[in-house]
Design a protein around this ligand. Structure first.
Ligand SMILES: NC(=O)c1ccc[n+]([C@@H]2O[C@H](COP(=O)([O-])OP(=O)(O)OC[C@H]3O[C@@H](n4cnc5c(N)ncnc54)[C@H](OP(=O)(O)O)[C@@H]3O)[C@@H](O)[C@H]2O)c1
Length: 330
């Protein structure tokens, strides 16, 4: 083994349940890359809300137990399997999909999900790209049909996906409105591409949004909490407007009539459902954004591997998101 080690530290889940089922172990076998796979020494791993749903056992997709959570990793190639020609030991990389789990010192990924990490970004930023930026591009353009000049509302702009949507939409020429729940969150969103930001914890913020858009309304809403906002989103849309449901944590009652006169639509989004071709297009846009300099993930709270439990509690019971939450490992 290239590392000279047979075991590593990794977080393991042996049963579905609360954050306390995340167990840090120091004797987990180091994974070995097969053909067209690479072994990555993990420097940082992004934490996504979906990892808490999977851990709970309430998500439709359930991994076989035990497993290590985590998909968005940045690090350095430690070893390559057979038939890997695109990467070599020592390359800085990021991925949006690990095979053996990212909350670990080392992880395995398939080469077609691994990308070079530019020197413009550090490892924490590299770990913040995966699910957030791929979801942002997928929801805006591949499902939402966003166009330059349109008005966008990023409903929940201060977290991992929200900041990604703001940066991408601004770079592609949309008018970007966002929401956040704290002053710090509002300032962060303003620094990351939004033209104007509203506080979704204030009672009158929907009125303020309507005053800002006037008769024009909003063309596209990227919605992070549809179970709270979907009914009022329909009232903010313009003719032919669309709500893209990226996040939802429960049911909500809506009046379908609100979609009729405007011929507006509500569309669900799932990165898991994206085709290989769509993922390739997302990756090309993301790499171009990094090269051009406008794609720069904003990093929020950082946790060591041993505090993964705390991180899972905090991402769900957040006092106010401030960019992307990450585990820092090496
Ligand atoms: N469909 C997919 O493929 C896909 C992919 C990735 C993520 N998601 C989902 O998308 C959601 C966001 O993910 P994330 O990684 O950005 O999470 P995150 O970093 O935890 O951010 C959560 C965001 O939701 C905002 N929020 C809180 N209360 C809100 C409200 N009443 N109205 C609107 N926004 C509100 C937060 O704002 P404050 O904290 O400032 O209040 C923050 O901006 C999650 O539910 C996640 O599971 C779905």
């Amino acid at each position: 083994m290239a590392t000279g080690r047979a075991v590593m530290k990794a977080v393991r889940v042996f049963e579905f349940g609360g954050p306390e089922v995340l167990k840090l172990q120091s004797d987990v076998s180091l994974p070995v890359p097969k053909a067209k796979q690479v072994l990555i020494k993990v420097h940082a791993c992004g934490i996504n809300p979906v990892e808490t749903y999977i851990r709970n056992g309430t998500y439709p997709r359930k991994p076989a137990l035990p497993y290590t959570p985590g998909s968005d990793v940045a690090g350095v190639i430690e070893a390559v399997g057979d038939h890997v020609t695109t990467f070599k030991t020592g390359d800085r990389v990021f991925t949006f999909h690990t095979i053996s789990g990212g909350y670990a010192e080392y992880t395995i990924a398939s080469v077609d999900t691994v990308f070079p990490l530019s020197d413009k970004l550090d490892f924490k930023q590299g770990a913040a790209i995966g699910i957030p930026y791929f979801t942002a591009f997928h929801s805006l353009f591949q499902k939402g049909d966003a166009k330059a000049g349109e008005t966008l509302l990023v409903h929940g702009a201060s977290g991992g996906v929200g900041i990604a949507v703001c940066q991408i939409a601004r770079a592609y020429g949309l008018k970007v409105l966002g929401t956040a729940g704290t002053e710090e969150g509002i300032n962060l969103v303003l620094k990351n591409g939004a033209h104007k930001v509203f506080n979704h914890r204030k009672k009158d913020y929907l009125v303020q949004i309507k005053e800002t858009t006037g008769d024009q309304g909003i063309n596209i809403i990227i919605e992070m909490l549809a179970n709270v906002n979907l009914a009022s989103d329909l009232l903010l849309l313009t003719q032919g407007g669309r709500v893209m449901v990226v996040g939802s944590r429960g049911p909500i009652e809506i009046d379908p009539r609100e979609t009729m006169a405007k011929e507006s639509s509500i569309r669900g989004v799932s990165l898991n459902a994206a085709s290989q071709e769509e993922l390739g297009e997302c990756a090309a846009s993301i790499l171009a954004g990094i090269e051009a300099g406008w794609l720069k993930p904003a990093i929020g709270p950082e946790y060591p591997l041993k505090k993964a439990t705390e991180a899972h509690r905090d991402i769900i019971h957040s006092q106010g998101a401030l960019g992307k939450m990450v585990l820092v490992i090496h």
